[in-house]
Design a protein around this ligand. Structure first.
Ligand SMILES: C[S@@+](CC[C@H](N)C(=O)[O-])C[C@H]1O[C@@H](n2cnc3c(N)ncnc32)[C@H](O)[C@@H]1O
Length: 225
């Protein structure tokens, strides 16, 4: 990768791969070792913002909203969730790789305006599934961007999140009328059908990676009845 410097490398728990943070001038990119495509680029975050911007209006008007974001990445979805909710809302971000939290407290922090410093932010270092399994009516919104879509790319165990069992567990963890939003690089009609089968009412939206241009990503908005 010409012109990029490796800033840091972090093992992904439960995987033989690493996350690698690169920098070129003021641009950052995160890759998974063994994959050609980028996981994240600091110049392209329109759809990461949209994940929160599309979902949070669905729960607008509620008091003391609780949003769960999985994972942190470069902090764009977290920052958008903070912008899209009221002053009494809290946003918990779950991040599997501890070094990603360190990167966001350090060099990556400026990309999204240092959302970890916001007093409404809570950080869970660990698997987002730990905050979903067995929970009852805790979250008003769950915003998932932990892979490139509904299959476990970063972490094989993420497959549970997209399975029928996982989707039912997430529905139970949502408050009535709460929303599960999921980011994906591609559409996936079979996954839409799985969400419907798990009892959600589902809308599929498109978001561009840059304002008005760039790749089109898919966002599912799945509401618990
Ligand atoms: C594509 S990035 C997220 C980008 C983020 N939406 C943003 O705005 O920058 C995926 C992140 O999810 C984390 N991750 C993967 N699996 C996870 C899990 N099961 N629980 C929590 N975080 C996870 C990865 O370490 C990585 O930081």
């Amino acid at each position: 990768m010409s012109g990029y410097t490796v800033l840091s490398r972090a093992p992904i728990p439960g995987s033989s791969e690493d996350l690698i943070l690169y920098q070129r001038d003021d641009e950052f990119t995160i890759r998974i070792s063994g994959y050609v495509s980028e996981l994240m680029n600091s110049r392209m975050h329109g759809s990461e913002d949209a994940l929160a911007e599309y979902a949070c209006p669905i729960i607008a008007g509620r008091a003391g909203v609780r949003v769960l974001v999985g994972g942190l990445g470069m902090g764009f979805t977290l920052a958008a969730a903070l912008r899209s909710t009221g002053p009494d809302a809290t946003v918990t971000v779950a991040e599997l790789v501890p070094q990603v939290v360190d990167w966001n407290r350090g060099p990556l922090g400026e990309c999204a305006g240092r959302p970890l410093d916001n007093l409404r932010t809570r950080v869970h270092v660990g698997d987002v599934a730990e905050l979903l399994r067995g929970s009852r009516a805790v979250w008003d919104a769950v915003l998932l961007d932990v892979d490139n879509g509904p299959d476990g790319m970063t972490h094989k165990e993420n497959d549970w999140l997209y399975s029928h069992k996982g989707l039912k567990a997430i529905a139970a963890a949502l408050t009535p009328g709460g929303v599960l939003a999921i980011w994906s690089v591609d559409p996936d009609p079979k996954f839409t059908a799985r969400l419907i089968k798990a009892g959600y009412s589902v809308e599929t939206r498109i978001a561009r990676e840059r304002p008005g241009k760039g790749a089109k990503h898919t966002i599912w908005l799945a509401v618990r009845p």
